[in-house]
Design a protein around this ligand. Structure first.
Ligand SMILES: Cc1ncc(COP(=O)(O)O)c(C=O)c1O
Length: 387
């Protein structure tokens, strides 16, 4: 008997990064400060919880619709049209168990064995396994580091072969914190249209933008809605990471495949939490703004402290909950510095190389998962190591 299958074995993750290492090396360390995990530390807004409790009490505890409850899909479609300028109806919305489930369904639906899928590097590593499980081949194209990790359209075009099937985009970007400009997205769109490629656009951070930065959904550009899977989640903006709820919108031709996959793996998303999803999108948005304001306050302090450390340069990100700090001036490699911070002061940051070789020379620090005070403490500890 052959087990596990070659495909599963091949795609087994090499590492879960610094989180795994920190808990393995220091299992009981109460003073450890985790800045490597991208988890909001806020509570889910009360009106979202209340709507979910009400749905439970009202008996919404049975099987629901495979694609997601109609009321939620309609609200999502409305939001997609009005805010993101993506022209869809509720029939082109699939409610998923977070963005993770959405991207897995997309890869299985769109990728045939041997198809090449382009990731812009530094990339969000969790997508790699999904591509490989679908039988796809990962091809990486570095972002333009000198241009603040902007999209290098020429490099992108040079990577295209007859087997290229899809380009993956994370916008706003994790780990760099960049919000791609219209010009960059138009460049990518031109390449996708010219070579008849699909685009998988992860927009989980769309709501966490600062300083007037404008997030644009690539599916809103001419000719793109028909070839783009647009992926969203309640996870970050509404502090609902444990709820596991998101959605994907795609052109009608993709819906049967997406439905077939999701019906077979999860049937559908938990019925009563979808009432919380409606409340999140339709209800008071002030809590979202309050969280974003606090993230901005934390960001400012963290970036200012990082820039005061010798050899560290950190461009202030206009989105996400991550500071992407250039540490080349410290003389350490990314992993060596992450290890040193863990060993010496129990501050856990992610090595930039975790996001692909193009991330070497950087570390990623999450400023959205700890209080201002704990973040300040972490920065002070880091400053005793980076001298
Ligand atoms: C870029 C990106 N995509 C997807 C996810 C996962 O989202 P979800 O928890 O909704 O599956 C994350 C979480 O950190 C992320 O940073």
């Amino acid at each position: 008997m052959k087990w596990p299958s070659d495909r599963i074995a091949l795609s087994a993750p090499k590492s879960f990064g610094m989180y795994e290492k920190s808990v393995r090396l220091y299992p009981q360390c109460a003073s450890m400060i985790h800045l490597e995990v991208g988890r909001p530390d806020f509570d889910t807004p009360a009106h979202i919880k209340q709507a979910t409790k009400d749905a439970l009490d009202a008996g919404r505890v049975h099987y629901g619709e495979f694609a997601g409850e109609t009321d939620l899909r309609e609200v999502i479609a409305q939001r997609m049209n009005q805010v993101n300028q993506i022209p869809v109806t509720a029939q082109e919305v699939l409610v998923t168990n977070g963005l993770t489930h959405a991207s897995f369904a997309v890869m299985l639906a769109a990728i045939d064995p041997g198809d090449e899928v382009i990731l812009l590097e530094p990339y969000y590593p969790q997508v790699i396994n999904k591509i490989q499980l679908a039988g796809g081949v990962v091809v990486t194209v570095p972002l333009n580091a000198a241009g603040g990790f902007s999209i290098d359209v020429q490099a992108l075009e040079a990577a295209i072969t007859p087997r290229t099937r899809m380009i993956c985009l994370v916008n706003p970007n994790n780990p760099t914190g960049r919000v791609y400009s219209r010009a960059e997205l138009e460049g990518l769109a031109r390449v996708a249209i010219q070579h008849d490629l699909l685009v998988c656009s992860d927009e989980v951070y769309e709501r966490i933008v600062f300083d007037g930065a404008q997030h644009i959904s690539i599916a809103s550009l001419p000719g793109m809605a028909e070839r783009t899977f647009s992926l969203f989640a309640f996870t970050k903006a509404y502090a609902m990471d444990g709820w596991r709820m998101g959605w994907v919108v795609a052109a009608p031709r993709f819906m049967p495949a997406l439905m077939k996959i999701t019906m077979n793996d999860v049937s559908h998303v938990n019925t009563f939490i979808q009432a919380g999803g409606v409340a999140a999108l339709m209800g008071d948005q002030a809590p979202v703004q309050a969280m974003v304001d606090e993230d901005r306050r934390r960001r400012d302090m963290v970036c200012q402290q990082l820039n005061a450390m010798p050899g560290v340069r950190c461009t202030v990100p206009t989105s996400t909950i991550y500071a992407w700090a250039d540490i080349r001036g410290t003389g350490h490699t990314s992993q060596a510095l992450a290890d040193l911070l863990l060993e010496r002061v129990q501050v856990v940051v992610e090595s930039g190389a975790f996001y692909g070789p193009a991330g070497e020379g950087y570390i990623r620090i999450c400023f959205g998962g700890e209080s201002y005070e704990r973040l300040h403490e972490a920065m002070q500890r880091m400053a005793t190591v980076i001298t």
